[in-house]
Ligand binder design. Structure first.
Ligand code: NOJ
Length: 538
């Protein structure tokens, strides 16, 4: 493989716009704020992070019941985030710096305030009635079936509408009615949405719940026990139609040069998840691999997650890894041993970052991960999300001070407790900071064929250590990555397990601030507690 396909070899950085950078003091992030911070992401020099692409979570007009994932207009910009002109400016400035722009596409449901739904709800004979899933009550007047909202607090996925005395379906909040994907007009309209943004110059899409659109057309009940062999969920992942829908998206996207789609396919069985690459690799370019979100801090667990995933990926499909996003606790907090010593959590965050950036596959970073930002503390009176996701959405920590450099006003979610110590400004020029480490690792990756497209081979380095080799034969580059998970110093003999005649290697990267590059002895490789390294074989 060679260069090309930016989404394979590049690093992709998620921006949650509400929490990234305010620009007018209203306490809410804005597109102009993203533009202002582009130099942090990539100014073309190793003084910046060096990310290749940004994925921006929804910034479309929305009543914000699900913070933008309830879209009221697919082709506009919410006033609190700016204007379409701000978006055009953001794309221009990003492209000028070589940063690609991926936007969020939310096809399964709209906001209840979307004009399609307002019209659909007007009555049984509305021309848009069949754009959503309406059904008569079940026997006894209850919901038509047993489907539940993904948000457990919501309960049933059906809401009764007294106007027409029918129920409508919502896989998430009642304010997020599901579109009727069996209706060709819905399909056409949503492919037009893709074209709208492609024409505006976006480089790709992150497709929200890409497995949800197609459901059992007969609306059969979900089995009570999904563990029973043959039991099949009826409210998502309905084959083969779901794949037809994704293939159509792909055809639309392929009408433009060099674009991509990454899908949020939240299916826990990896074998089913990877089907979304398509049998002929004609569906998603990437499907988010969320397996790391569920691993305990354990070398074997990560190694096995990688192996299982590498094993089930179809021939030619490209892997990817994610440690955090706006729906899950941040890696920095998740892996914190909770022993009261913040340094340990920070060291683990660095090891996790090194793992993310050195495995075979596209790394997705979540804003703030580069500085080791922790989940924020959100007191009960400030809770705004229905599903407990506020902590991972607290504002980006740019600088010390009351608004953390995010806002001059009152932030929509509280600023994290550590913000005065853990922020971009303080880490910027400190060579020992997590930010400096993340930058070094990203820029190192950029220049390394082995890390970008080389082979992956796990190495037996003993319990508590996850080690692997990355090799680019054609370029003659051989790297070994060694990650310590148990918080104890070790001396490892890697020469034997690597089967190499080389005794020395060159230490290229270490998560430890004080450790400098130089030769290391492969027969007695020193690895510190909670340390990760990359070494180059001769
Ligand atoms: C997945 C998104 O990441 C999440 O934030 C949202 O609540 C649901 N999809 C519904 O759109």
């Amino acid at each position: 493989m060679t260069l090309g396909d930016w989404w394979r070899h590049g690093v992709i950085y998620q921006i949650y716009p509400r929490s990234f950078q305010d620009s007018n003091g209203d306490g809410i992030g804005a597109l102009a704020g993203v533009t202002r911070r582009l130099d942090h992401l990539n100014d073309g020099t190793p003084r910046s992070l060096g990310v290749d692409a940004i994925w921006i979570s929804p910034f479309y007009p929305s009543p914000q019941f699900d913070f933008g994932y309830d879209v009221a207009d697919y082709t506009g910009v919410a006033p609190e985030y700016g204007t379409l002109a701000d978006f055009d400016e953001l794309i221009r400035e990003a492209h000028r710096r070589g940063i690609r722009v991926i936007v969020d596409f939310v096809p399964n449901h709209t906001s209840h305030r979307h004009r399609w739904f307002v019209e659909s709800r007007a009555g049984r004979d509305s021309p848009k009635r069949d754009w959503y899933v309406w059904r008569d009550p079940g026997p006894g007047g209850g919901p038509p079936n047993n489907w539940q909202s993904t948000f457990s607090r919501v309960g049933s996925a059906w809401t009764f509408d007294p106007v027409s005395e029918q129920y409508y379906l919502h896989s998430f909040l009642p304010q997020q009615p599901d579109l009727e994907w069996w209706n060709p007009a819905v399909r056409a309209a949503m492919n037009d949405v893709l074209r709208f943004w492609l024409d505006r110059g976006v480089d790709g899409f992150r497709i929200d719940v890409a497995h949800k659109m197609a459901k059992d057309p007969d609306l059969g009940d979900n089995p009570h026990d999904l563990g029973v062999p043959g039991a099949r969920r009826r409210d998502e992942d309905w084959e083969p139609e779901i794949h037809e829908i994704i293939r159509e998206f792909r055809r639309t996207i392929d009408g433009y040069e060099d674009r991509m789609a990454v899908g949020e396919v939240f299916i826990l069985d990896p074998r089913r998840m990877v089907r979304y690459y398509g049998e002929a690799l004609d569906e998603l370019h990437l499907a988010f691999n969320f397996s790391f979100l569920r691993q305990p801090w354990n070398a074997r667990a990560f190694r096995e997650a990688v192996e299982l995933y590498e094993d089930v990926l179809p021939e030619g499909a490209w892997p990817d890894y994610t440690l955090s996003n706006h729906d899950n606790p941040r890696a920095r907090s998740r892996y914190d041993p909770g022993d009261g010593d913040p340094a340990r959590g920070q060291n683990r965050a660095r090891v996790a970052m090194l793992m993310l950036l050195t495995l075979r596959g596209t790394p997705f970073l979540y804003q703030g991960e580069e500085i080791g930002q922790a989940d924020g503390e959100v007191p009960p009176e400030r809770v705004v999300d229905v599903a407990g996701r506020d902590p991972e959405r607290t504002p980006m920590q740019w600088a010390p001070g009351p608004g953390a450099g995010f806002t001059s006003g009152e932030p929509w979610l509280p600023i994290g407790r550590e913000a005065d110590e853990v922020n971009v400004a303080l880490q910027q020029d400190d060579p020992g900071s997590m930010l400096s480490f993340t930058r070094r690792a990203i820029w190192y990756r950029k220049a390394s064929a082995a890390l970008r497209w080389g082979s992956y081979r796990p190495i037996e380095a003993g319990a508590g250590v996850f080690a692997f080799a990355r090799t680019a034969e054609a370029e003659g580059e051989r790297l070994v990555v060694v990650l310590e998970f148990e918080g104890r110093d070790r001396r490892l003999d890697l020469a034997a397990v690597l089967g190499t005649a080389d005794r020395t290697a060159v230490l290229e990267l270490s998560t430890r601030p004080g450790r400098h590059a130089g030769n290391v002895d492969l027969r007695a490789l020193e690895l510190g507690a909670d340390e990760g390294i990359v070494a180059k074989l001769g």
